[in-house]
Design a protein around this ligand. Structure first.
Ligand SMILES: [Zn+2]
Ligand SMILES: [Zn+2]
Length: 89
């Protein structure tokens, strides 16, 4: 019988999530608990431009629904979601 090398797991600095290094490096940048997280959707502007005609002639700004997850009301839901990820591992 031989011992198999398992990959070292890394833990997120901001939440309870853990995974292999490359996955956690990606995760930490966008972790909802990370106060300096980068939002890939709105690029940290806090809103996204909804372009109705797809040519910039008509549109409106909508609050980014990813950033709105900072909302304390959403915190519980996020925690629940995170728990479900962890328990699925
Ligand atoms: Zn995290
Ligand atoms: Zn955003």
């Amino acid at each position: 019988m031989k011992a198999v090398r398992t990959q070292q797991k890394y833990k997120c600095d901001f939440c309870k999530r853990r995974s292999i290094k490359s996955a956690m490096e990606r995760h930490e940048k966008v972790c909802y608990r990370n106060p300096n997280r980068f939002c890939g959707l709105c690029e940290n502007k806090g809103f996204v431009r909804i372009d109705i005609n797809n040519d910039g002639s008509l549109g409106y700004d909508e609050p980014c629904h990813y950033c709105s997850k900072f909302d304390p009301k959403m915190k519980k839901a996020i925690e629940k979601y995170e728990e479900s990820i962890i328990s699925n591992n």
